[in-house]
Design a protein around this ligand. Sequence first.
Ligand SMILES: NC(=O)c1ccc[n+]([C@@H]2O[C@H](COP(=O)([O-])OP(=O)(O)OC[C@H]3O[C@@H](n4cnc5c(N)ncnc54)[C@H](OP(=O)(O)O)[C@@H]3O)[C@@H](O)[C@H]2O)c1
Length: 412
Amino acid sequence: MSVIKVAILGFGTVGEGVYRTIQSHSEELTATLGKKVEVAAVLIRNTQKKRNISENVLVTTEFADILNLDQLDVVVEAIVDKEPTFTFLKSAIQRGCHIITANKEMFAHHGKELLDLAAEKRVSVGFEATVAGGIPVIQTLRQLLNINRVKQVRGILNGTSNFILSEMREKKQSFAQALVLAQENGYAEADPTNDVEGFDAFYKTMILSRLAFGEEPNWQDVEREGITSITSELIEAAETAGLRFKHIASITRLGGQIKATVKPALVGKENPFYHVEGVQNAVNVQSDIVGEITLQGPGAGMFPTASAVVEDLVHVCLNPTVKRNLTRSQEVGTEFSKHDDKQETWLVHRLTHKPITPAITWIEEVEEGTYVINASSKEVKQLAKQQKNLLYFPIIGEYERVNQVKAALKAL
Ligand SMILES: NC(=O)c1ccc[n+]([C@@H]2O[C@H](COP(=O)([O-])OP(=O)(O)OC[C@H]3O[C@@H](n4cnc5c(N)ncnc54)[C@H](OP(=O)(O)O)[C@@H]3O)[C@@H](O)[C@H]2O)c1
C-alpha cells in the first residue's frame, strides 16, 4: 500500500496532538484515504525536551533536513510567530507539498500569498485550525456554502476572553482574578495581551472575512477592542438588564464594502451566543438561502485543534487542488455612511446626565447612570465625547425590556 508522508513543524500542544491523533486514528485515515499516513519527520527547536516520538521518525531542528526527505506529501505547521513559519511553508509549497497550518497570526498576514503560490503549484492549503479550534467553520464556509450569499459572519473567536467573561459573571470575580484562573488552567499565556486585547480574534476575523467575502477590510479601519474595560460592575448592570457580555467579531458586507468589528457586545437570551460559556467558541453565519447557522464547540486545546488538522489532512489529500478564489457573490446593500446613521440598541454606562435630543430614544433605565437606548453609532460616539467616562456597548438582537417585565410581574 502506498503511503502519505507527513512532516509536523512544532511539537507543542498542537503538534503533539496531531502526532498522537495520526497514531490513534490510523485505521480511519487509511480507510478514508486508501493510503497509510505516516509521520516522517518532526521539527523542534529545543533538543533538551523529552518527547514521546517513535524512533522511526526523524526529529530535527533543521527545516532543510525535512525538505530533503525522499518523499514528503504534507507539511503540518504548528509553530508560533510569522517567521520563520511563512518561509518554511513557502519552501514546502515550492517542493510540491500540501500545507496545513494552525498559525492564525502568520496566516492572517500571509494567507493570500500562500494560497496564490499553492494554486500556482497545484497543491492545497488547509487552515481549519486557524479559526475557532475544533469547529469546522472553514470547511463549512468553503465547501458547504458555495451558492449562498453570505451576508454576515459573527463569532466568539477567543476562548480565553470568553472564559474570563464567564468566570466574572458566574463567580463574581474581577477581571484580574479571572485572568489568573485562566492562566492557571493553561487557557491564557503569561503575557495575555494577544487574547484579552482582541488581537487573536482580529487575526481570525480577517481570515474569516477573506473566506466569506473574498476580501478583507482595511486593517486600520477595523474597530478592535479587547475585554479589559469590562468590570464586575458592568457585568452586573448587564445582568440586571437580562444581557451577557461576549467578545464578538462581526463581519458584514454592505454596498460592496466590508465592515468588521472585534469588540465586547451584549446579547440577550434569544441570541445563540448567550449560552456560549467558558473556553467555547461559536460562529454564526447569515446567508440568503439557508438563513442563519450557528456552529459551537471547543475553540482550542490539544485534541480539538488536532481534529481540525487531521480533517484538513484528509481534505488536502482527497482534493489536491482546491479552487483558490473563495469570493462569494456580491451583496447589494446600503452604503456605509447610511449604516453609521442606522438606529441600533446600546447599553450606556456612567451617564452623568440625559441630553435632550430626539436622536436618542431612552428605552429603559437599568440602574442609576445605566440606560438602554436606541441611537445611531454616530450619536453614541458624540455622547461619549461629551461625557468623558461614558462606556457604551452594542446590544445584538432584540432587547427585551427586563424592568418593565419585572414591574408587570410585581403588579400581578
Ligand atoms: N494551543 C491551541 O489550542 C491552539 C489552537 C489553535 C491554533 N493554535 C496555533 O497553533 C500554533 C502552535 O500552538 P501551540 O499551542 O502548539 O504552541 P506551543 O505549545 O507553544 O508549541 C510551539 C512549538 O513550536 C516549536 N517551535 C517554535 N518556534 C520554532 C522554530 N523556529 N523552529 C522549530 N520549532 C519551533 C516549539 O518547539 P520546542 O518544543 O522545541 O520549544 C514548540 O514545540 C500557534 O500558532 C497557535 O496560535 C493553537
